[in-house]
Write a new protein. Structure first.
Length: 391
């Protein structure tokens, strides 16, 4: 028995030497392991098989088949199966160490570009007119703070004060502009001369009394005015226009030129009636104008929804016009305090109840799908001015 064990040890050492030469012993660090045996190694393995063969062993044939697979294909796992339990007499540290060959990793090919990267297409400025059926409902205050809320959300905002004779956006921001819209209309100043910077990098076009003169401008001056406003397209994602209150010709012209409007009302019966009257006039002039309702100075969300529902249901029933409710603003003493201090509410009291309501309205307005939509004809500020001058 000892002689047989000694022979097995010697043969195992010889096989290891031969496998080293034949590259049969797999190097775990090799990226390309070889598993093809040379003829000399095949003969030595066959000799080992004959020495270990037991004529009385019923599994001998199975053992031979497995060994042949090793010699012909380098199947290491088959070798382990074939010799399992047959070299127990050999100390474990001297047994033949055979490593399982590693499968070379196949690197995936880099993705092939099928088309060149496209430059993002700039969208035209979105124009929203903010109006009301009567004064004193907080329209200008909403415009100022809504502009800040949209700017906080990452939008570039321009505010155009078009409230004829009652322009006060500059007062709410606590600024004293040197020039205003009238200087632009009469051609003495450019749009860059009259622009004023506000909080959160918003741009403000101060109002003046020159709006009624638009209809009397020559074709040349009208074109110059359009070109001035077109320069703002690069300055803004969205332009908020603070119109006057009521249903005068100029107010209707601004709203229809913008083609998207927020109408502000309060729970007061007169404010509700006048808001509905404005909706009626706009619908009769252009059924396609996009109208949204904001209810200001409500005591609760429930009251705000009830007021909005009354207006939207009446519009649907009597005008066949669908109107969206965009939000409500709860009565908050911090609003009056901010006006007295000539500071925007969102700057002075950003955590107030009214500020939170305005931020929610901004979130509902700031829907990506609503930017760049065609409103019929030209878009952006060029389209707005063209439609305004035609009326």
């Amino acid at each position: 028995m000892n002689d047989q064990a000694q022979k097995l040890r010697e043969l195992a050492q010889k096989i290891r030497d031969e496998r080293d030469r034949a590259n049969l012993i797999v190097d775990p660090g090799s990226a390309h392991p070889e598993t093809i045996a040379k003829p000399e190694a095949k003969r030595d393995i066959e000799k080992a098989r004959l020495l270990r063969r037991d004529p009385n062993d019923k599994n001998t044939t199975k053992h031979e088949r497995a060994t042949k697979r090793i010699a012909s294909a380098g199947d290491v796992q088959a070798y382990r199966d074939a010799t399992k339990g047959r070299i127990a007499a050999v100390p474990a540290q001297e047994q033949m160490a055979v490593e399982t060959p590693r499968i070379p990793r196949i690197l995936s090919e880099p993705a092939v570009r099928t088309s060149a990267a496209r430059e993002p297409v700039p969208t035209p400025t979105r124009i929203i007119a903010v109006s009301s059926g009567k004064g004193g409902v907080g329209k200008s205050n909403l415009v100022a703070n809504l502009g800040i809320a949209l700017a906080i959300r990452g939008r570039k905002v321009v505010i155009l004060d078009a409230d004829l004779g009652m322009a006060n956006i500059d007062v709410l921001f606590g600024i004293n502009p040197k020039y205003n819209l009238q200087h632009l209309v009469d051609g003495t100043k450019s749009i860059n001369d009259i622009l004023v910077n506000g909080p959160e990098s918003i741009k403000i076009v101060p109002g003046g009394s020159g709006i009624p003169e638009l209809a009397n401008l020559s074709d040349e001056n009208q074109q110059k005015l359009i070109e001035n406003f077109v320069d703002l397209d690069e300055e803004a994602d969205i332009t908020l226009i603070d119109t006057g209150a009521g249903i005068s010709k100029n107010i209707i012209a601004f709203i229809l030129a913008a083609r998207e409007t927020l109408i502000i009302t309060t729970p007061e019966p007169t404010a509700i009636t006048d808001a509905y009257g404005l909706i009626k006039v706009l619908t009769q002039r252009d059924i396609g104008v996009d109208i949204k309702i904001v209810v200001n100075m409500v005591s609760s969300e429930k009251e705000g929804r009830e007021i909005a529902d009354r207006i939207t249901m009446a519009s649907k029933q009597f005008l066949n016009k669908h109107i969206d409710t965009i939000g409500f603003i709860i009565t908050d003493p911090s609003v009056n305090m901010s006006v007295r201090k000539q500071k925007p509410l969102l700057t002075l009291y950003p955590s107030s109840r009214a500020s939170k309501c305005i931020k929610e309205i901004a979130a509902k307005i700031d829907v990506p799908e609503d930017y760049g939509l065609s409103t019929g004809g030209e878009t952006g500020l060029r389209g707005f001015l063209s439609r305004l001058l035609e009326r």
